[in-house]
Write a protein that binds this ligand. Sequence first.
Ligand code: PGA
Length: 255
Amino acid sequence: MRTPMVAGNWKLNGSRESAVALASEIAASAQDDMTSKVDVVVCPVSVHLGDVSTALNGAAVKLGAQNAGAEEEGAFTGEVSASMLAEYGCEYVIIGHSERRSLFGDTNASCAARHKAVAAAGLTPVFCVGETLDDREAGNTMAVVESQLQAVFDVCGDNGFASAVVAYEPVWAIGTGKTATPEQAQEVHANIRELVAARDPQTASALRILYGGSMKPDNAADLIGKPDIDGGLIGGAALKSADFLAICQAAAAQA
Ligand code: PGA
Protein backbone atom coordinates (compact mmCIF):
# COMPACT_ATOMS: atom_id res chain seq x y z
CA MET A 1 0.00 0.00 0.00
CA ARG A 2 1.45 3.36 -1.04
CA THR A 3 1.08 6.29 1.37
CA PRO A 4 -0.41 9.20 -0.57
CA MET A 5 1.58 12.39 -0.72
CA VAL A 6 0.50 15.97 -1.27
CA ALA A 7 3.30 18.48 -1.82
CA GLY A 8 2.92 22.23 -2.11
CA ASN A 9 5.27 23.83 -4.62
CA TRP A 10 5.31 27.45 -3.51
CA LYS A 11 7.49 28.48 -6.48
CA LEU A 12 8.89 32.03 -6.32
CA ASN A 13 6.18 33.42 -4.06
CA GLY A 14 5.80 35.05 -0.73
CA SER A 15 7.87 37.07 1.67
CA ARG A 16 9.67 35.70 4.67
CA GLU A 17 6.70 36.78 6.77
CA SER A 18 3.99 35.33 4.53
CA ALA A 19 5.86 32.03 4.13
CA VAL A 20 6.01 31.68 7.90
CA ALA A 21 2.30 32.54 8.17
CA LEU A 22 1.33 29.95 5.54
CA ALA A 23 3.49 27.25 7.15
CA SER A 24 2.05 28.05 10.58
CA GLU A 25 -1.53 27.77 9.30
CA ILE A 26 -0.82 24.44 7.64
CA ALA A 27 1.01 23.08 10.69
CA ALA A 28 -1.82 24.14 12.99
CA SER A 29 -4.49 22.44 10.90
CA ALA A 30 -2.70 19.30 9.75
CA GLN A 31 -3.86 17.03 12.54
CA ASP A 32 -2.63 13.50 13.15
CA ASP A 33 -5.65 11.95 11.48
CA MET A 34 -4.46 13.60 8.26
CA THR A 35 -0.69 13.28 8.57
CA SER A 36 -0.92 9.64 9.64
CA LYS A 37 -2.56 8.87 6.30
CA VAL A 38 -0.90 11.34 3.91
CA ASP A 39 2.63 12.68 3.64
CA VAL A 40 2.05 16.44 3.63
CA VAL A 41 5.01 18.40 2.27
CA VAL A 42 5.66 22.12 1.73
CA CYS A 43 8.37 23.39 -0.63
CA PRO A 44 9.17 27.07 -0.06
CA VAL A 45 11.99 28.98 -1.75
CA SER A 46 15.37 27.99 -0.36
CA VAL A 47 15.99 31.18 1.58
CA HIS A 48 12.76 30.62 3.51
CA LEU A 49 13.54 27.01 4.50
CA GLY A 50 14.96 27.82 7.92
CA ASP A 51 12.06 30.05 8.92
CA VAL A 52 9.48 27.64 7.52
CA SER A 53 11.11 24.73 9.32
CA THR A 54 10.82 26.65 12.60
CA ALA A 55 7.21 27.61 11.83
CA LEU A 56 6.26 23.97 11.25
CA ASN A 57 7.12 23.63 14.90
CA GLY A 58 7.48 19.88 15.09
CA ALA A 59 4.22 19.24 13.23
CA ALA A 60 4.23 16.16 11.01
CA VAL A 61 4.30 18.38 7.92
CA LYS A 62 7.48 17.71 5.96
CA LEU A 63 9.82 20.10 4.26
CA GLY A 64 10.99 20.07 0.65
CA ALA A 65 13.03 22.25 -1.69
CA GLN A 66 12.37 23.22 -5.29
CA ASN A 67 15.71 22.26 -6.78
CA ALA A 68 19.22 21.12 -5.86
CA GLY A 69 22.56 21.18 -7.59
CA ALA A 70 24.27 18.11 -8.96
CA GLU A 71 27.47 18.98 -7.13
CA GLU A 72 28.24 18.71 -3.45
CA GLU A 73 30.38 21.85 -3.20
CA GLY A 74 32.81 23.98 -5.15
CA ALA A 75 32.82 26.69 -7.80
CA PHE A 76 29.13 26.48 -8.75
CA THR A 77 27.79 29.98 -8.16
CA GLY A 78 24.09 30.13 -7.47
CA GLU A 79 23.63 26.43 -6.73
CA VAL A 80 22.51 24.85 -3.45
CA SER A 81 23.53 21.28 -2.71
CA ALA A 82 21.30 18.54 -1.39
CA SER A 83 23.34 18.11 1.79
CA MET A 84 22.92 21.83 2.52
CA LEU A 85 19.16 21.41 2.13
CA ALA A 86 19.27 18.42 4.46
CA GLU A 87 20.81 20.63 7.14
CA TYR A 88 17.55 22.60 7.14
CA GLY A 89 15.46 19.50 7.61
CA CYS A 90 14.48 19.03 3.99
CA GLU A 91 13.40 15.50 3.16
CA TYR A 92 12.24 16.04 -0.42
CA VAL A 93 13.59 17.96 -3.40
CA ILE A 94 11.63 18.72 -6.57
CA ILE A 95 13.82 17.98 -9.58
CA GLY A 96 13.22 18.79 -13.23
CA HIS A 97 10.10 20.90 -12.83
CA SER A 98 8.98 22.07 -16.26
CA GLU A 99 9.76 25.68 -15.32
CA ARG A 100 13.36 24.64 -14.61
CA ARG A 101 13.48 22.83 -17.92
CA SER A 102 11.85 25.51 -20.06
CA LEU A 103 13.14 28.70 -18.39
CA PHE A 104 16.50 27.78 -16.87
CA GLY A 105 17.98 25.31 -19.30
CA ASP A 106 17.72 22.15 -17.23
CA THR A 107 18.06 19.18 -19.57
CA ASN A 108 17.19 15.52 -19.19
CA ALA A 109 20.86 14.86 -18.40
CA SER A 110 21.27 17.68 -15.86
CA CYS A 111 17.99 16.73 -14.16
CA ALA A 112 19.18 13.14 -13.86
CA ALA A 113 22.47 14.33 -12.34
CA ARG A 114 20.56 16.44 -9.80
CA HIS A 115 18.30 13.49 -9.05
CA LYS A 116 21.33 11.31 -8.37
CA ALA A 117 22.87 13.89 -6.04
CA VAL A 118 19.64 14.27 -4.06
CA ALA A 119 19.27 10.52 -3.60
CA ALA A 120 22.96 10.22 -2.65
CA ALA A 121 22.42 12.80 0.10
CA GLY A 122 19.65 10.64 1.54
CA LEU A 123 16.81 12.89 0.42
CA THR A 124 13.89 11.94 -1.79
CA PRO A 125 13.84 13.40 -5.29
CA VAL A 126 10.41 14.33 -6.63
CA PHE A 127 11.27 13.88 -10.29
CA CYS A 128 8.97 15.79 -12.64
CA VAL A 129 8.05 14.63 -16.10
CA GLY A 130 5.44 15.81 -18.57
CA GLU A 131 4.69 16.76 -22.12
CA THR A 132 3.84 20.08 -23.77
CA LEU A 133 0.58 20.60 -25.63
CA ASP A 134 2.44 20.21 -28.93
CA ASP A 135 3.88 16.90 -27.74
CA ARG A 136 0.43 15.66 -26.75
CA GLU A 137 -1.22 16.76 -29.97
CA ALA A 138 1.51 15.08 -31.98
CA GLY A 139 0.90 11.84 -30.07
CA ASN A 140 4.30 12.05 -28.39
CA THR A 141 3.27 12.13 -24.73
CA MET A 142 4.77 8.81 -23.73
CA ALA A 143 7.87 9.22 -25.91
CA VAL A 144 8.65 12.47 -24.09
CA VAL A 145 7.94 11.07 -20.65
CA GLU A 146 9.96 7.96 -21.39
CA SER A 147 12.98 10.00 -22.48
CA GLN A 148 12.77 12.01 -19.25
CA LEU A 149 12.70 8.81 -17.18
CA GLN A 150 15.36 7.17 -19.33
CA ALA A 151 17.86 9.87 -18.35
CA VAL A 152 17.52 8.75 -14.72
CA PHE A 153 17.97 5.08 -15.63
CA ASP A 154 21.08 6.04 -17.61
CA VAL A 155 22.66 7.87 -14.69
CA CYS A 156 21.29 5.96 -11.68
CA GLY A 157 20.66 2.47 -13.05
CA ASP A 158 17.54 0.33 -13.19
CA ASN A 159 16.55 1.09 -9.61
CA GLY A 160 17.01 4.85 -10.03
CA PHE A 161 13.52 5.49 -8.68
CA ALA A 162 13.90 3.16 -5.70
CA SER A 163 13.83 5.98 -3.16
CA ALA A 164 12.14 8.60 -5.28
CA VAL A 165 8.78 10.04 -6.14
CA VAL A 166 7.69 10.83 -9.70
CA ALA A 167 5.41 13.76 -10.50
CA TYR A 168 3.55 13.67 -13.80
CA GLU A 169 2.87 17.29 -14.70
CA PRO A 170 1.55 17.90 -18.21
CA VAL A 171 3.06 21.29 -19.08
CA TRP A 172 -0.22 22.46 -20.64
CA ALA A 173 -1.98 21.97 -17.29
CA ILE A 174 0.46 23.86 -15.07
CA GLY A 175 -0.92 27.17 -13.86
CA THR A 176 -3.45 27.24 -16.69
CA GLY A 177 -6.57 26.02 -14.91
CA LYS A 178 -6.74 23.20 -17.50
CA THR A 179 -6.48 19.96 -15.57
CA ALA A 180 -5.83 16.64 -17.25
CA THR A 181 -8.94 14.51 -16.88
CA PRO A 182 -8.57 11.75 -14.33
CA GLU A 183 -8.61 9.28 -17.24
CA GLN A 184 -5.87 11.12 -19.16
CA ALA A 185 -3.71 11.32 -16.05
CA GLN A 186 -4.34 7.71 -15.03
CA GLU A 187 -3.29 6.49 -18.48
CA VAL A 188 0.08 8.24 -18.25
CA HIS A 189 0.60 7.23 -14.61
CA ALA A 190 -0.06 3.58 -15.46
CA ASN A 191 2.39 3.80 -18.36
CA ILE A 192 5.03 5.36 -16.11
CA ARG A 193 4.59 2.55 -13.60
CA GLU A 194 4.93 -0.01 -16.40
CA LEU A 195 8.14 1.60 -17.66
CA VAL A 196 9.62 1.49 -14.17
CA ALA A 197 8.35 -2.09 -13.67
CA ALA A 198 10.18 -3.19 -16.80
CA ARG A 199 13.39 -2.22 -14.95
CA ASP A 200 12.49 -3.12 -11.39
CA PRO A 201 9.03 -4.43 -10.48
CA GLN A 202 9.42 -3.88 -6.74
CA THR A 203 10.36 -0.25 -7.21
CA ALA A 204 7.39 0.23 -9.52
CA SER A 205 4.81 -1.14 -7.12
CA ALA A 206 6.12 1.01 -4.25
CA LEU A 207 6.67 4.15 -6.38
CA ARG A 208 4.46 7.12 -5.61
CA ILE A 209 3.44 8.93 -8.78
CA LEU A 210 1.91 12.34 -8.10
CA TYR A 211 -0.22 14.32 -10.52
CA GLY A 212 0.48 18.04 -10.93
CA GLY A 213 -1.21 20.69 -13.04
CA SER A 214 -4.13 22.77 -11.78
CA MET A 215 -5.06 20.30 -9.06
CA LYS A 216 -7.62 22.03 -6.82
CA PRO A 217 -9.95 21.05 -3.99
CA ASP A 218 -12.77 20.37 -6.44
CA ASN A 219 -10.88 17.97 -8.71
CA ALA A 220 -8.41 16.37 -6.29
CA ALA A 221 -10.63 13.49 -5.16
CA ASP A 222 -11.39 12.34 -8.70
CA LEU A 223 -7.73 12.46 -9.69
CA ILE A 224 -6.35 10.84 -6.54
CA GLY A 225 -9.14 8.26 -6.73
CA LYS A 226 -7.48 6.70 -9.77
CA PRO A 227 -5.44 3.59 -9.01
CA ASP A 228 -2.04 4.90 -10.15
CA ILE A 229 -2.39 8.48 -8.90
CA ASP A 230 -0.81 8.62 -5.45
CA GLY A 231 -1.26 12.27 -4.62
CA GLY A 232 -0.51 15.70 -6.00
CA LEU A 233 2.15 18.32 -6.59
CA ILE A 234 0.26 21.53 -6.08
CA GLY A 235 1.23 25.00 -7.28
CA GLY A 236 -1.37 27.77 -7.14
CA ALA A 237 -3.71 26.02 -4.72
CA ALA A 238 -0.82 25.42 -2.29
CA LEU A 239 -0.57 29.14 -1.56
CA LYS A 240 -3.91 29.18 0.30
CA SER A 241 -3.84 27.00 3.38
CA ALA A 242 -7.55 26.16 3.16
CA ASP A 243 -7.25 24.94 -0.43
CA PHE A 244 -4.06 23.01 0.23
CA LEU A 245 -5.52 21.35 3.31
CA ALA A 246 -8.70 20.47 1.42
CA ILE A 247 -6.57 18.62 -1.14
CA CYS A 248 -4.71 16.86 1.69
CA GLN A 249 -8.09 15.84 3.15
CA ALA A 250 -9.21 14.49 -0.21
CA ALA A 251 -6.07 12.34 -0.30
CA ALA A 252 -6.58 11.21 3.33
CA ALA A 253 -10.14 10.19 2.56
CA GLN A 254 -8.86 7.74 -0.06
CA ALA A 255 -5.99 6.33 2.01
P1 PGA B 1 -0.34 24.47 -10.58
O1 PGA B 1 1.24 24.13 -10.56
O2 PGA B 1 -0.98 23.61 -9.51
O3 PGA B 1 -0.41 25.94 -10.28
O4 PGA B 1 -0.82 24.12 -11.94
C1 PGA B 1 1.70 22.81 -10.37
C2 PGA B 1 3.21 22.79 -10.44
O5 PGA B 1 3.77 23.56 -11.22
O6 PGA B 1 3.88 22.01 -9.74
